[in-house]
Design a protein around this ligand. Structure first.
Ligand code: HXC
Length: 255
C-alpha cells in the first residue's frame, strides 16, 4: 500500500515500522494523516507475520509530531465541530485499540496531538532531548485526543493539571521519571536501534499471551481495579488451560 504522509515497512521479519512523514508542517496530524496511520496499524493487525509495531518520526525530521493540524482545524465550521464531521475522534480510538503492541519512538517534539498519539502506544521510548507538551490551552482549546485522560493517569493529577493549564513543555528526563517514557536514548540512531531491539524481543513471545497481556494492562486504565483483575484472571486461566492442552502458541486467535 502506498501512503502520502507516512511510510510503512517491515523490519526483522516480524516488526512493522510506521514512520510519520509530513515534513513541511512538522508532521502535523490532519485527518488524512490519522487515517493513513490507522490504515497501517489495521493492516499490521491483520497480518499474522507481524508481531509488534513501531510508530516513529522519520530520520530526516527533527520532530515526532507538532500536534493536530491547526491550519486544517481552522477550516472547520462550528457545525462540523459540533457534529464531529472532520474531527475524526473515532480515528483516535481506533488507533488506541490496535491489537498488537505498539512502541512509540519519539524524537524532537511531541506536542498536543503528537503527545496524545504517543500515549495511544503501549511503550514510549525517547531521546534525551525530546520535549513533550499539551499546548492546546494556548490556542483556547483543550487536549482532545485523550490528553486530559491518559496524560493525567500517567503524570499524576497535580503536574498534569499544571501542564495542561499552562501549555508548558517538559523534558525527557521528567517524562522518564514520571513513567510517560520507558527509556531514554542519546540520539535518534540509538533510539531506533533500541526500539527495534525491544520490538524484536516482544515479537518472539506467544502472540496470544501478548495480545491478552496488552488488553489486560489497558483495561487497568479503563475499568478500574476490580474489573481489570477479573479480566486478568480470565485470561490467565484461559492461557493456562491452553498451554496444558499444548495449544496457545502460534495460532492467531481473537479470544
Ligand atoms: C499545522 C503546523 C503545526 C501544527 C507547525 N506547523 N506545527 N501546521 N499544525 N500543529 C507548521 C508551521 O505553521 C510552519 O509552516 C512549519 O510547520 C514549521 O513550523 P515553525 O513554527 O516555523 O517551526 P519552529 O519555529 O521550529 O517551531 C516549532 C513549534 C511550532 C514549536 C512546534 O511550530 C509550534 O508551536 N507549533 C504548534 C504546536 C501546537 O500548538 N500543537 C498543538 C496543536 S492542537 P509554514 O507553512 O508557516 O512554514 C492539538 C489538539 C489535538 O494538537 C486535538 C485532537 C483531537
Amino acid at each position: 500500500h502506498s501512503y502520502q504522509y507516512i511510510r510503512a515497512s517491515t523490519r526483522l521479519e516480524r516488526v512493522r515500522l510506521v514512520e510519520l512523514h509530513r515534513p513541511a508542517v512538522l508532521n502535523a496530524l490532519s485527518p488524512a494523516v490519522l487515517l493513513e496511520i490507522c490504515h497501517a496499524l489495521q493492516a499490521a493487525d491483520s497480518n499474522p507475520e507481524i508481531r509488534c509495531i513501531i510508530l516513529a518520526g522519520s530520520p530526516e525530521l527533527k520532530v515526532f509530531a507538532a500536534g493536530a493540524d491547526i491550519k486544517y482545524m481552522l477550516t472547520l465550521s462550528s457545525e462540523d465541530v459540533l457534529n464531529q464531521k472532520g474531527m475524526h475522534l473515532g480515528t483516535w480510538d481506533k488507533i488506541y485499540r490496535t491489537l498488537k503492541p505498539m512502541v512509540a519512538a519519539v524524537q524532537g517534539l511531541a506536542l498536543g496531538g503528537g503527545c496524545e498519539l504517543a500515549m495511544c502506544c503501549d511503550i514510549i521510548l525517547a531521546t534525551k532531548k525530546t520535549r513533550f507538551g499539551q499546548p492546546e490551552i494556548k490556542l483556547g482549546i483543550i487536549p482532545g485526543g485523550g490528553g486530559t485522560q491518559r496524560f493525567t493517569q500517567i503524570m499524576g493529577k497535580s503536574r498534569a493539571m499544571e501542564l495542561v493549564l499552562t501549555g508548558d513543555m517538559f523534558g525527557a528526563v521528567e517524562a522518564n521519571n514520571r513513567g510517560l517514557v520507558a527509556k531514554l536514548y542519546d540520539d535518534y540512531e540509538d533510539l531506533m536501534k533500541g526500539a527495534l531491539y525491544l520490538a524484536y524481543r516482544i515479537s518472539g513471545m506467544s502472540p496470544i499471551a501478548i495480545a491478552n497481556t496488552k488488553r489486560s494492562v489497558n483495561e487497568s486504565f479503563e475499568l478500574g481495579l476490580t474489573s481489570g483483575l477479573k479480566t486478568e484472571q480470565a485470561f490467565l486461566i484461559q492461557g493456562l488451560l491452553n498451554s496444558r492442552l499444548g495449544e496457545g502458541d502460534d495460532e492467531e486467535e481473537d479470544e
